[in-house]
Write a new protein. Structure first.
Length: 498
């Protein structure tokens, strides 16, 4: 499978090239010579057309009853199921993660579809009493309008779906701007939306760079809401532009997630968790474990086992069924990891294993980096504080539970967290005291399920939670409705007081 695919924009129900003939490329991260897809390098002129289409469509889509909107979402779920393997194969080729993980990514989107399709018959509001006689009060969820969804390459199908599907069932229309590294996956996903029969203009896809398309979306007055997943640096820019242009904004940004292993933990279990958390998806998850906080009583034994197991991990192209660790997504990401290794060494961290690109002949054409463990890391070092987004795990030794929690919390981020202990009292204290949006007890930092809120505290987010019923709070606004059936003017706070 080496043919080069041609991606097009999808605007108002039609596949179209961009106004400019310029193109960009997405490449296979395991073989950088293989162009997976070419994509239009769209600009503000294309965004303009898409925003108009989305606005037009919004006028009628918002009035379609939510259970009828949900029928489309069910169909999307069914089509995703039918095309799961095709999507997974393409994802592994374009983004580089092993096939089992790509299948998981698509499954997350399927789960999401059936969950939000069910919301079509809920979208619950409240009814309540009024302080006045013969008066009724209730709240209803109202769609917001045209939503721009700016998504990353690490979950090319799951993340767009967990934004798009709640947005659609709530009655919004969308403009989807995927990461350019996973443009072909985005095209196939939108093909599915098209086959599901959504009315023209409800879903629009614009390919291109963040600088051109992303920026144009943020600046466009016709965009009502921006939902963004990506780095904290870009997220800060998104937030400030949306502040200036008065858009709703939901941000899902960086993480520096830690797993704590206490001295009473099931060490085998904690070991499996650390390996999956740190090196699954080559460390390219917002939820990846990048710090391992080890109690000093088990540190030596645990570290020895961890290094041994890391040595056995098989690096390779995603398409090889033996592969456990794929490449990084692109050479820029590889360079970032290499640069962080420089930083680690200069700060005095010790490389226990990895720390370089592999020497194998077969891995020379891709962005591969060996799974890496750094020892002697202190909480002040940059490698302990900054998001690396690669297969690099920093070990930090602590003397007590209190110190473990303090070190875990000593970060500007707060997405996911984990603690391995058999002590129920410590587990409950951890649940209370860890500053993070997600805490796992005796499980790794990755593994979020679609029906629960997903997001983080501090610089990871801006107070929203994606997934679960909390995503509805992103994509709707509350309207409070009072119905006075008394037939007379009743003044609240006045007429019912003497
Ligand atoms: C992400 O990395 O942005 O819990 C999403 C997990 C996945 C989702 C990760 N279910 O790792």
């Amino acid at each position: 499978m080496t043919e080069t695919l041609t991606c097009l924009n999808y605007i108002n129900g039609e596949w179209k090239p961009a106004r400019s003939p310029a193109t960009l490329e997405s490449r296979n991260p395991a073989n950088w010579n293989e162009v997976v897809a070419t994509l239009p390098r769209s600009d503000a002129a294309d965004v303009e057309i898409a925003v108009n289409a989305a606005h037009q469509a919004y006028r009628t889509w918002r009035l379609v009853p939510a259970p009828a909107r949900a029928e489309f979402i069910y169909r999307i779920g069914e089509l995703l199921g039918q095309k799961k393997e095709e999507l997974a194969q393409l994802m592994s080729r374009e983004m580089g993660k092993p096939l089992t993980e790509s299948r998981g990514d698509v499954q997350e989107a399927i789960d999401c579809a059936f969950y939000y399709a069910g919301e079509g018959r809920r979208l619950f509001g409240q009814t309540t009493t009024s302080e006045l006689s013969n008066k009724f009060a209730m709240t209803v969820r109202m769609p917001i309008g045209v939503c721009a969804l700016i998504t990353p390459w690490n979950f090319p199908v799951a993340i767009p779906c967990w934004k798009a599907l709640p947005a659609l069932v709530c009655g919004n229309t969308i403009i989807f701007k995927p990461a350019k590294d996973t443009s072909a996956c985005a095209n196939l996903l939108v093909q599915i939306f098209h086959e599901a029969g959504l009315p023209a203009g409800v879903v629009n896809l614009i390919h291109g760079s963040g600088q051109e398309v992303g920026r144009a979306l943020l600046e466009h007055p016709g965009i009502d809401l921006v939902s963004f997943t990506g780095s904290s640096e870009t997220g800060a820019e998104v937030a400030s532009t949306c502040g200036r242009t008065h858009k709703r904004v939901c941000l899902e940004m960086g993480g520096k997630n830690a797993q704590v292993v206490m001295e009473d933990a099931d060490l085998e279990l904690a070991l499996e968790g650390a390996l999956w958390g740190a090196f699954g998806t080559t460390g390219q998850r917002c939820t990846a474990t990048s710090r391992l906080i080890l109690h000093r009583d088990i540190k030596a034994e645990f570290t020895a086992k961890l290094v041994e197991r890391t040595r056995q991990l098989r690096l390779g192209a995603a398409i090889d069924p033996q592969t456990q660790i794929g490449p990084l997504v692109n050479p820029a990401q590889l360079k970032r990891v290499i640069d962080y290794l420089e930083v680690a060494r200069s700060e005095g961290a010790k490389v226990l294993i990895g720390g370089e690109v592999p020497k194998d002949e077969t891995l020379q054409h891709g962005s591969f980096f060996l799974p890496t463990i750094l020892d002697g890391v202190t909480p002040q070092m940059r490698v302990a504080r900054e998001e690396i987004f690669g297969p690099v795990l920093s070990l930090i030794e602590v003397n007590s539970f209190q110190e473990a929690i303090a070190v875990l919390n000593d970060t500007p981020y707060g997405l996911s967290s984990s603690i391995y202990t058999r002590d129920v009292n410590l587990a409950f204290q951890a649940m209370r005291d860890i500053e993070a949006g997600i805490t796992y007890i005796n499980g790794p930092t990755i593994g979020a399920e679609v029906h629960l809120p997903f997001g983080g505290v501090k610089q990871t987010g801006n107070g929203h939670r994606e997934a679960g019923s909390t995503a509805l709070d992103i994509f709707t606004e509350w309207k409070t409705v009072y119905v006075d059936f008394s037939g007379q003017l009743q003044r609240a706070q006045i007429d019912n007081r003497s």
